[in-house]
Ligand binder design. Structure first.
Ligand code: MF3
Ligand code: CO
Length: 294
């Protein structure tokens, strides 16, 4: 095979674990991928394609991820510290038999990321950081259940926020929806990034280049990198079974970021303008996509 996989006999068991014969299962899928590959397109390798069993495993992990964010949503407000949020996420996740993926991930010290106002991503929960009326915060939750990974994040407006902040939060969410609308089986991943980018920039915002979405499922971060600064008609072919996140970081001011915080994690906008992010996790299906985590 073009991706170094063995060539399967028509009567062999399919590589996807369905138990069906190859000729009754992924033979046409592989032919299509191979044709696209020889046309010069970037195609996923078999190890990036999730099997039905993988998808079922991720669904269960994602249900806990969504539940943890719902649990936060019920409790967040003025006077809450980001350490409180971290405790809720940890509490909910372990109570459901799962593990918070951020904890100890490359040395990250907490169970979720909490990023307030000008913090772009990877804010570290702290007792000293107390939410006040007018703040906007991204809470980014990731879960491991039975070795399957899920990942999503939401924005929360604390009490009454300014129109500027409310608009930023809303437009960022709508940009994710524009990205989702561009997800088409056998379409190109660059179309998704381009749709997000167009939606945000047409409304006067800028899009962070350095961070983006990612493949996920078997690992926390898998290929492909999902950029939101892409051209239509470019990037990986979204074959059914491709699983990834859409998680643009959108700024009111310039797109440049500042990664010099001594804690090694907290990322801010270079100009300290406000920034927002929403993250969803999807799997591409034969006829569209399935939303797994939000
Ligand atoms: N949840 C983040 C993402 O969307 C990753 C956070 S890594 C951490 O990819 F270590 F900072 F938690
Ligand atoms: Co992510």
């Amino acid at each position: 095979m073009f991706d170094g996989m063995p060539d399967y006999g028509r009567n062999d068991e399919c590589w996807c674990g369905s138990g069906k014969k190859y000729k009754k299962c992924h033979i046409d899928f592989d032919q299509k991928l191979e044709d696209l590959y020889w046309q010069g397109l970037e195609v996923p390798t078999h190890d990036m394609i999730k099997t039905a069993a993988d998808i079922e495993g991720v669904r269960k992990s994602a249900a806990i991820n969504v539940g943890a964010l719902d649990y936060v949503a019920e409790r967040i407000g003025p006077g809450v510290s980001t350490a409180d949020i971290d405790r809720w996420v940890h509490e909910y996740t372990v109570a459901h038999g799962a593990i918070p993926a951020p904890l100890d991930y490359e040395g990250f010290p907490k169970s979720c990321c909490t990023s307030i106002n000008e913090v772009v991503c990877h804010g570290i929960p702290s007792e000293d950081e107390v939410l006040k009326e007018g703040d906007i915060i991204n809470v980014d939750v990731s879960t491991i259940l039975d070795d399957y990974f899920s990942d999503s994040s939401r924005m929360f407006c604390i009490g009454e926020v300014s129109k500027e902040r409310a608009d930023l939060v809303r437009v960022t969410k709508e940009a994710v929806e524009a990205g989702l609308a561009a997800v088409k089986p056998w379409g190109r991943l660059g179309d998704v990034g381009a749709a997000v980018n167009k939606y945000a920039t047409e409304r006067g915002y800028s899009v962070v280049r350095e961070f983006g979405g990612h493949g996920i499922g078997i690992e926390f971060h898998e290929d492909p990198f999902v950029s939101f600064c892409t051209e239509p008609g470019t990037g990986m072919v979204m074959a059914p079974g491709s699983m990834f996140t859409i998680e643009p970081m959108i700024n009111i001011g310039g797109q440049e970021i500042d990664m010099t915080d001594p804690n090694g994690w907290t990322v801010r906008t270079a100009d300290r303008s406000d920034t927002a992010q929403w993250e969803v996790q999807i799997v591409v299906t034969e006829d569209g996509y399935e939303l797994l985590a939000w």
